[in-house]
Design a protein around this ligand. Sequence first.
Ligand code: ATP
Length: 454
Amino acid sequence: MADTTVTMDKIVSLAKRRGFVFQSSEIYGGLSGAWDYGPQGIELKNRIAHFWWKEMTQLHDNIIGIDAAILMHPRVWEASGHVENFTDPLVDCKKCKTRFRADQIPPENLAARKCPECGGELTETRKFNLMFKTTLGPVEDESGLVYLRPETAQGIYVNFKNVQQSSRMKIPFGIAQIGKAFRNEIVTKNFIFRTCEFEQMEMQFFVKPGTDEEWFEYWRDQRWNYYRKLGIDMNKLRWHRHGPDELAHYAKDAYDIEFEFPMGFKELEGVHNRSNYDLSRHQQYSGKDLQYIDQDNGNERYIPFIIETSAGLTRQLLMLLCDAYEEQKVADKGNEDDWRTVLHFHPDVAPITAAVLPLMKKDGLAELAQDIRAELKEDFVTDYDQAGAIGRRYRRQDEIGTPFCVTIDYQSKEDGTVTVRDRDTMLQERLSRPHLSEYIRAKIKSYKRAERIS
Ligand code: ATP
């Protein structure tokens, strides 16, 4: 019996083999903490982003989006507390030179200042700021100091008034943003789980003080249901509430949604009640009035509380790969030991929605298949493959998680029908060509996560 356990090695190998994720600058030996997204990876990433964006903006009347710059005024990061506090405790081994986060090595090693790798002596713990610094303009001195943003949220806070006034938003309302963030992480193992360059999907929801607890509950519910909609195995998700020692000093309450990755339960996204800290600090540091004026309530003024939902886009991509991955024994007659690797992505996020496969290249089947593909690609991301045995072509599509394989055979030529193979059940249905798009659309809409064999 083969070992079908999902391991990070299997995920990394499939991700490379099938063009999801490559090591950055691989031909130069790679760069730790940075990864490139290949043809399947970028489709998957774009679709996750779209799924989240639709969920947060299109399906919520009171949430609108922005796209703020990565480079911001350096005072932003003083106001936010990042210059002072966005640090990890760092220790180095004097012997093997390995660098550790002091909070991630066994406490007994830290107490004895003994390297967990080689037993050598550890340095004293020092604070290490995770923000990347660079300079703006031609002179490389402190006057041009800027940071690469370590989170997207601050771009939302500093635009609170711009957005509220230009879009005439009334509290409660939210601002959503997807974008790159950079952190000089000390430990970047586990593939794309923790990287120095990554993408976040954040939504900051502005509420009247006193209503924050209610909205906090609401957003915890919404974010949990998002993963259900995405077709994730809900048994692999859990809540983690921040204890008093984890809670940021300004946060009123904070929960993380954790996913069971191959290396154990790890944070996927945070839902935080940030109190009125952010706008108060920016008001103080910028000298601008960031109070909301409630015109429906006698022009009452207040600094809104913020409920934040903060998810990692690239981390969600890793979660989807881990959750979707299955090695499955396929009980083909006469071939008892046939296996396939399949990614059971929700069809809304699968990199390719439909692959068009002529049974044979000859006898006009390829031309007919190309013609059908040309029609389908107006509505869906499609692939076309005519190389090799049909069974092998199905397996290739299974490995990248294509939910529908449209096969064109001799009967197609005669009566204008095609077969559609379902990735999860491997069952085929024959239907007439004019119904194809509508059929695929209906299937996507009614998609339910399939029961896994393993
Ligand atoms: P940690 O304590 O693990 O360093 P964090 O709690 O500081 O992370 P947040 O600042 O709350 O993380 O970031 C929100 C989300 O952004 C995280 O839940 C995660 O999905 C994502 N994220 C944070 N840091 C990274 C990173 N280095 N690489 C990839 N994704 C990240």
